[in-house]
Design a protein around this ligand. Structure first.
Ligand code: TXA
Ligand code: MG
Length: 342
Protein backbone atom coordinates (compact mmCIF):
# COMPACT_ATOMS: atom_id res chain seq x y z
CA UNK A 1 0.00 0.00 0.00
CA UNK A 2 1.43 3.39 -0.91
CA UNK A 3 1.69 6.37 1.42
CA UNK A 4 0.26 9.73 0.44
CA UNK A 5 2.60 12.36 -0.93
CA UNK A 6 1.72 15.92 0.17
CA UNK A 7 3.33 19.15 -1.07
CA UNK A 8 5.89 20.39 1.44
CA UNK A 9 5.13 23.96 0.46
CA UNK A 10 1.56 23.66 1.85
CA UNK A 11 1.40 24.95 5.46
CA UNK A 12 -1.48 22.55 6.17
CA UNK A 13 0.62 19.58 5.10
CA UNK A 14 3.44 20.78 7.38
CA UNK A 15 1.00 21.07 10.29
CA UNK A 16 -0.41 17.62 9.57
CA UNK A 17 3.10 16.14 9.44
CA UNK A 18 4.09 17.81 12.73
CA UNK A 19 0.93 16.46 14.39
CA UNK A 20 1.60 12.97 13.04
CA UNK A 21 5.14 13.04 14.45
CA UNK A 22 3.86 14.18 17.83
CA UNK A 23 1.39 11.25 17.76
CA UNK A 24 4.32 8.88 17.34
CA UNK A 25 3.83 8.24 13.62
CA UNK A 26 6.45 8.16 10.87
CA UNK A 27 6.73 10.93 8.30
CA UNK A 28 9.08 11.00 5.31
CA UNK A 29 10.80 14.35 4.96
CA UNK A 30 12.82 16.05 2.23
CA UNK A 31 16.28 17.30 3.14
CA UNK A 32 19.00 18.87 0.99
CA UNK A 33 20.97 15.59 1.05
CA UNK A 34 18.43 12.74 0.71
CA UNK A 35 14.91 12.06 2.01
CA UNK A 36 14.67 10.90 5.61
CA UNK A 37 12.21 8.63 7.41
CA UNK A 38 11.36 10.70 10.47
CA UNK A 39 10.00 10.10 13.96
CA UNK A 40 9.94 12.11 17.19
CA UNK A 41 13.48 11.53 18.51
CA UNK A 42 12.21 11.70 22.09
CA UNK A 43 9.72 8.83 21.65
CA UNK A 44 11.46 5.47 21.82
CA UNK A 45 8.48 3.53 20.42
CA UNK A 46 8.25 5.82 17.39
CA UNK A 47 12.00 5.41 16.78
CA UNK A 48 11.69 1.63 17.05
CA UNK A 49 9.08 1.80 14.27
CA UNK A 50 11.74 3.34 11.97
CA UNK A 51 14.04 0.35 12.57
CA UNK A 52 11.18 -2.05 11.83
CA UNK A 53 10.09 -0.24 8.65
CA UNK A 54 13.64 -0.09 7.26
CA UNK A 55 14.63 -3.58 8.42
CA UNK A 56 17.55 -1.93 10.19
CA UNK A 57 19.26 -3.56 13.21
CA UNK A 58 18.21 -1.76 16.44
CA UNK A 59 21.74 -0.87 17.51
CA UNK A 60 22.50 1.21 14.40
CA UNK A 61 22.05 4.81 15.57
CA UNK A 62 19.88 7.38 13.78
CA UNK A 63 20.66 11.03 13.04
CA UNK A 64 18.52 13.54 14.95
CA UNK A 65 17.52 16.62 12.95
CA UNK A 66 17.16 19.93 14.77
CA UNK A 67 16.15 23.43 13.68
CA UNK A 68 19.15 25.27 15.13
CA UNK A 69 22.12 25.07 17.48
CA UNK A 70 19.99 25.86 20.55
CA UNK A 71 18.10 22.54 20.17
CA UNK A 72 21.42 20.63 20.28
CA UNK A 73 21.60 21.34 24.00
CA UNK A 74 18.52 19.19 24.57
CA UNK A 75 20.43 16.13 23.31
CA UNK A 76 24.15 16.79 23.67
CA UNK A 77 26.16 16.75 26.86
CA UNK A 78 28.86 19.09 25.61
CA UNK A 79 30.01 20.83 22.45
CA UNK A 80 33.80 20.99 22.07
CA UNK A 81 35.33 24.11 20.53
CA UNK A 82 36.12 22.37 17.21
CA UNK A 83 32.51 21.19 16.96
CA UNK A 84 31.25 24.74 17.43
CA UNK A 85 33.53 25.93 14.65
CA UNK A 86 32.15 23.29 12.29
CA UNK A 87 28.59 24.21 13.28
CA UNK A 88 29.22 27.88 12.69
CA UNK A 89 30.59 27.20 9.22
CA UNK A 90 28.21 24.49 7.99
CA UNK A 91 24.84 24.67 9.81
CA UNK A 92 22.22 24.66 8.51
CA UNK A 93 23.57 22.24 5.93
CA UNK A 94 24.81 18.74 5.11
CA UNK A 95 27.01 18.10 8.16
CA UNK A 96 26.23 15.68 11.02
CA UNK A 97 28.15 15.82 14.28
CA UNK A 98 28.44 12.91 16.71
CA UNK A 99 28.41 14.26 20.27
CA UNK A 100 28.29 12.90 23.83
CA UNK A 101 24.60 12.29 24.58
CA UNK A 102 22.70 13.29 27.69
CA UNK A 103 22.14 9.82 29.19
CA UNK A 104 18.41 10.16 29.81
CA UNK A 105 17.54 11.36 26.30
CA UNK A 106 16.71 9.68 22.97
CA UNK A 107 18.08 6.25 23.85
CA UNK A 108 16.32 4.41 21.00
CA UNK A 109 17.19 7.10 18.41
CA UNK A 110 20.83 6.79 19.47
CA UNK A 111 20.72 3.02 19.06
CA UNK A 112 21.63 2.84 22.79
CA UNK A 113 25.03 4.45 22.11
CA UNK A 114 26.43 6.97 24.58
CA UNK A 115 26.66 9.44 21.71
CA UNK A 116 24.11 11.11 19.45
CA UNK A 117 24.27 12.24 15.83
CA UNK A 118 22.89 15.76 15.30
CA UNK A 119 22.26 17.61 12.08
CA UNK A 120 20.58 20.90 11.23
CA UNK A 121 19.19 20.58 7.69
CA UNK A 122 18.95 23.61 5.39
CA UNK A 123 16.02 22.39 3.27
CA UNK A 124 13.16 24.89 3.74
CA UNK A 125 10.54 22.13 4.10
CA UNK A 126 12.60 20.33 6.77
CA UNK A 127 13.11 23.65 8.56
CA UNK A 128 9.37 24.49 8.39
CA UNK A 129 8.49 21.06 9.75
CA UNK A 130 11.01 21.31 12.60
CA UNK A 131 9.63 24.72 13.60
CA UNK A 132 6.02 23.47 13.52
CA UNK A 133 7.12 20.43 15.53
CA UNK A 134 8.78 22.66 18.14
CA UNK A 135 5.55 24.63 18.47
CA UNK A 136 3.92 21.36 19.53
CA UNK A 137 6.65 20.82 22.16
CA UNK A 138 8.94 18.62 20.05
CA UNK A 139 12.73 18.97 19.97
CA UNK A 140 14.20 16.89 17.17
CA UNK A 141 13.27 14.47 14.39
CA UNK A 142 15.24 11.23 14.19
CA UNK A 143 15.58 10.34 10.52
CA UNK A 144 17.76 7.87 8.69
CA UNK A 145 17.63 7.88 4.91
CA UNK A 146 14.16 6.70 3.82
CA UNK A 147 15.23 3.51 2.06
CA UNK A 148 15.11 -0.15 3.06
CA UNK A 149 18.27 -1.24 4.88
CA UNK A 150 21.27 -1.52 2.55
CA UNK A 151 19.50 -0.11 -0.52
CA UNK A 152 19.90 3.07 -2.52
CA UNK A 153 18.98 6.28 -0.67
CA UNK A 154 15.97 8.26 -1.99
CA UNK A 155 16.33 11.75 -3.47
CA UNK A 156 12.68 12.23 -4.45
CA UNK A 157 9.31 11.68 -2.75
CA UNK A 158 8.54 9.07 -5.42
CA UNK A 159 11.67 7.05 -4.51
CA UNK A 160 10.38 6.89 -0.92
CA UNK A 161 6.89 5.86 -1.95
CA UNK A 162 8.25 3.12 -4.21
CA UNK A 163 10.68 1.80 -1.57
CA UNK A 164 7.91 1.02 0.92
CA UNK A 165 5.05 0.28 -1.51
CA UNK A 166 5.06 -3.47 -0.76
CA UNK A 167 4.35 -2.98 2.97
CA UNK A 168 0.73 -3.14 4.04
CA UNK A 169 -0.38 -1.24 6.00
CA UNK A 170 2.18 1.39 5.06
CA UNK A 171 4.47 2.27 7.98
CA UNK A 172 4.63 5.91 6.78
CA UNK A 173 1.76 8.27 7.72
CA UNK A 174 2.67 10.70 4.92
CA UNK A 175 5.48 11.78 2.64
CA UNK A 176 6.29 15.49 2.33
CA UNK A 177 7.41 16.43 -1.17
CA UNK A 178 10.24 18.94 -1.31
CA UNK A 179 11.44 18.29 -4.85
CA UNK A 180 14.65 16.53 -5.81
CA UNK A 181 17.32 16.74 -3.09
CA UNK A 182 19.93 19.29 -4.04
CA UNK A 183 23.12 17.70 -2.66
CA UNK A 184 22.11 14.14 -3.58
CA UNK A 185 24.38 12.17 -1.23
CA UNK A 186 24.13 11.93 2.57
CA UNK A 187 25.64 14.40 5.01
CA UNK A 188 29.29 14.40 6.00
CA UNK A 189 29.59 12.81 9.47
CA UNK A 190 32.27 14.05 11.86
CA UNK A 191 32.63 12.35 15.24
CA UNK A 192 33.18 15.14 17.77
CA UNK A 193 32.73 12.94 20.86
CA UNK A 194 36.47 12.36 21.26
CA UNK A 195 39.42 14.66 21.86
CA UNK A 196 39.96 15.05 18.11
CA UNK A 197 37.41 15.12 15.27
CA UNK A 198 37.13 11.93 13.18
CA UNK A 199 35.60 11.85 9.69
CA UNK A 200 33.20 8.88 9.78
CA UNK A 201 31.40 9.37 6.46
CA UNK A 202 32.52 11.65 3.63
CA UNK A 203 29.96 13.88 1.93
CA UNK A 204 30.38 16.99 -0.18
CA UNK A 205 33.09 18.63 1.92
CA UNK A 206 36.74 17.74 1.44
CA UNK A 207 38.74 16.57 4.49
CA UNK A 208 41.08 19.55 3.97
CA UNK A 209 38.31 22.14 4.23
CA UNK A 210 36.77 20.40 7.28
CA UNK A 211 40.17 20.37 8.97
CA UNK A 212 40.82 24.02 8.18
CA UNK A 213 37.43 24.96 9.64
CA UNK A 214 37.78 22.78 12.76
CA UNK A 215 41.18 24.32 13.45
CA UNK A 216 42.58 20.98 14.71
CA UNK A 217 43.82 17.84 12.90
CA UNK A 218 40.99 15.75 11.43
CA UNK A 219 41.41 11.99 11.69
CA UNK A 220 39.99 9.72 9.01
CA UNK A 221 37.79 6.85 10.16
CA UNK A 222 39.57 4.12 8.21
CA UNK A 223 42.90 5.10 9.82
CA UNK A 224 41.68 5.13 13.41
CA UNK A 225 41.02 2.15 15.63
CA UNK A 226 38.06 3.07 17.75
CA UNK A 227 35.42 0.83 19.26
CA UNK A 228 32.82 1.92 16.78
CA UNK A 229 29.13 1.84 17.20
CA UNK A 230 27.56 0.03 14.28
CA UNK A 231 27.39 2.51 11.44
CA UNK A 232 25.48 1.27 8.40
CA UNK A 233 26.70 4.16 6.26
CA UNK A 234 30.19 2.92 7.00
CA UNK A 235 29.55 -0.76 6.25
CA UNK A 236 31.36 -1.84 3.12
CA UNK A 237 28.20 -3.13 1.40
CA UNK A 238 25.60 -0.37 1.29
CA UNK A 239 23.63 1.85 -1.09
CA UNK A 240 23.10 -1.16 -3.34
CA UNK A 241 20.74 -0.85 -6.29
CA UNK A 242 19.10 -4.05 -7.54
CA UNK A 243 21.71 -4.23 -10.30
CA UNK A 244 25.15 -5.66 -9.54
CA UNK A 245 27.56 -2.73 -9.68
CA UNK A 246 31.11 -3.05 -11.03
CA UNK A 247 33.55 -0.14 -10.95
CA UNK A 248 36.20 0.03 -13.65
CA UNK A 249 38.72 2.40 -15.21
CA UNK A 250 37.68 4.10 -18.48
CA UNK A 251 40.10 1.96 -20.53
CA UNK A 252 38.77 -1.34 -19.13
CA UNK A 253 35.22 -0.16 -19.60
CA UNK A 254 35.93 0.54 -23.26
CA UNK A 255 37.27 -2.99 -23.83
CA UNK A 256 34.40 -4.61 -21.90
CA UNK A 257 31.79 -2.57 -23.76
CA UNK A 258 33.29 -3.54 -27.10
CA UNK A 259 32.93 -7.23 -26.25
CA UNK A 260 29.46 -6.68 -24.94
CA UNK A 261 28.13 -5.05 -28.08
CA UNK A 262 29.33 -8.04 -30.10
CA UNK A 263 27.68 -10.63 -27.84
CA UNK A 264 23.99 -11.38 -27.66
CA UNK A 265 22.61 -11.02 -24.16
CA UNK A 266 21.73 -14.06 -22.06
CA UNK A 267 18.11 -14.15 -20.82
CA UNK A 268 17.46 -10.63 -22.09
CA UNK A 269 19.87 -9.31 -19.45
CA UNK A 270 20.26 -5.56 -19.63
CA UNK A 271 23.55 -3.93 -18.94
CA UNK A 272 23.94 -0.32 -17.85
CA UNK A 273 27.02 1.80 -18.41
CA UNK A 274 27.45 4.96 -16.32
CA UNK A 275 30.62 6.81 -17.24
CA UNK A 276 32.23 10.19 -17.76
CA UNK A 277 33.95 8.82 -20.85
CA UNK A 278 31.16 6.84 -22.49
CA UNK A 279 32.54 4.04 -24.68
CA UNK A 280 31.40 4.08 -28.30
CA UNK A 281 29.15 1.06 -28.67
CA UNK A 282 26.69 0.17 -31.39
CA UNK A 283 23.15 0.93 -30.36
CA UNK A 284 21.65 -2.21 -28.85
CA UNK A 285 18.50 -2.66 -26.80
CA UNK A 286 20.34 -4.57 -24.08
CA UNK A 287 22.82 -1.74 -23.41
CA UNK A 288 21.76 1.40 -21.55
CA UNK A 289 24.25 4.25 -21.55
CA UNK A 290 24.24 7.29 -19.28
CA UNK A 291 26.84 9.99 -18.99
CA UNK A 292 28.16 10.78 -15.51
CA UNK A 293 28.57 14.54 -14.95
CA UNK A 294 32.14 15.80 -15.11
CA UNK A 295 32.05 17.76 -11.89
CA UNK A 296 31.67 16.26 -8.43
CA UNK A 297 28.77 18.43 -7.29
CA UNK A 298 26.57 17.51 -10.27
CA UNK A 299 27.64 13.86 -10.05
CA UNK A 300 26.62 13.72 -6.37
CA UNK A 301 23.34 15.46 -7.11
CA UNK A 302 22.22 12.83 -9.61
CA UNK A 303 24.05 9.72 -8.33
CA UNK A 304 21.22 7.97 -6.43
CA UNK A 305 18.64 9.10 -8.98
CA UNK A 306 20.75 7.53 -11.73
CA UNK A 307 20.98 4.25 -9.75
CA UNK A 308 17.20 4.28 -9.22
CA UNK A 309 16.69 4.92 -12.96
CA UNK A 310 18.94 2.02 -14.00
CA UNK A 311 16.93 -0.21 -11.66
CA UNK A 312 13.65 1.04 -13.14
CA UNK A 313 14.94 0.14 -16.61
CA UNK A 314 15.57 -3.44 -15.53
CA UNK A 315 19.36 -3.26 -15.60
CA UNK A 316 20.87 -6.32 -13.91
CA UNK A 317 24.53 -5.44 -14.32
CA UNK A 318 25.82 -1.89 -14.03
CA UNK A 319 29.32 -0.91 -15.12
CA UNK A 320 30.46 2.37 -13.66
CA UNK A 321 33.60 4.28 -14.58
CA UNK A 322 35.68 4.87 -11.43
CA UNK A 323 35.29 8.57 -10.59
CA UNK A 324 38.37 10.83 -10.60
CA UNK A 325 40.87 10.89 -7.72
CA UNK A 326 40.35 14.53 -6.67
CA UNK A 327 39.40 15.28 -3.03
CA UNK A 328 36.04 16.76 -4.07
CA UNK A 329 35.05 13.31 -5.39
CA UNK A 330 35.48 11.60 -2.00
CA UNK A 331 31.72 11.34 -1.31
CA UNK A 332 30.75 10.00 -4.75
CA UNK A 333 33.68 7.54 -4.75
CA UNK A 334 32.69 6.31 -1.28
CA UNK A 335 29.04 5.65 -2.25
CA UNK A 336 29.98 3.90 -5.50
CA UNK A 337 32.62 1.71 -3.83
CA UNK A 338 30.05 0.59 -1.25
CA UNK A 339 27.37 0.03 -3.90
CA UNK A 340 29.90 -2.13 -5.78
CA UNK A 341 30.88 -4.27 -2.81
CA UNK A 342 27.59 -6.08 -2.22
O1 TXA B 1 22.14 13.25 5.00
C1 TXA B 1 21.86 12.50 5.92
O2 TXA B 1 22.60 12.36 6.90
C2 TXA B 1 20.54 11.73 5.84
C3 TXA B 1 19.39 12.73 5.91
C4 TXA B 1 18.04 12.07 6.03
O3 TXA B 1 19.61 13.62 6.96
N1 TXA B 1 20.45 10.75 6.88
C5 TXA B 1 21.19 9.61 6.86
O4 TXA B 1 20.89 8.72 7.87
O5 TXA B 1 22.04 9.38 6.04
P1 TXA B 1 21.36 7.18 7.88
O6 TXA B 1 20.72 6.54 9.05
O7 TXA B 1 21.09 6.56 6.58
O8 TXA B 1 22.85 7.27 8.20
C6 TXA B 1 23.20 7.72 9.48
C7 TXA B 1 24.61 7.43 9.75
C8 TXA B 1 24.81 5.96 9.99
O9 TXA B 1 26.01 5.53 9.40
C9 TXA B 1 24.89 5.91 11.50
O10 TXA B 1 25.52 4.82 11.99
C10 TXA B 1 25.60 7.20 11.79
O11 TXA B 1 24.98 8.10 10.95
N2 TXA B 1 25.38 7.63 13.17
C11 TXA B 1 24.28 8.15 13.71
N3 TXA B 1 24.43 8.32 15.04
C12 TXA B 1 25.66 7.89 15.33
C13 TXA B 1 26.42 7.78 16.52
N4 TXA B 1 25.91 8.14 17.70
N5 TXA B 1 27.66 7.29 16.44
C14 TXA B 1 28.18 6.90 15.25
N6 TXA B 1 27.51 6.95 14.09
C15 TXA B 1 26.27 7.43 14.12
MG1 MG C 1 21.20 5.44 4.91
Amino acid sequence: MTSRILPGTDPQAIEQAAQALKQGKLVAIPTETVYGLGADADQDTACHAIFTAKGRPADHPLIVHISQLEAAKHYAQELPEFALKLIEAYWPGPLTLILQRKPSIADAAAGHQKTIGLRCPSHPVAQALLKAFETLGGHGIAAPSANRFGRTSPTTAQHVQDAFADLSPSPIALILDGGASDVGIESTIVDCSRSKPVLLRPGIYTPAELEATAGVPLLIHADVHVDDPKAPGTLSAHYAPKAKVRLMAAEDLKIAAGMLAAASPANNARIGIYAQHLPKVKKASHIILRQMPGNAKDAAHELFSALHDFDAQGVSLLWVETPPDGPEWIGVRDRLQRAASS
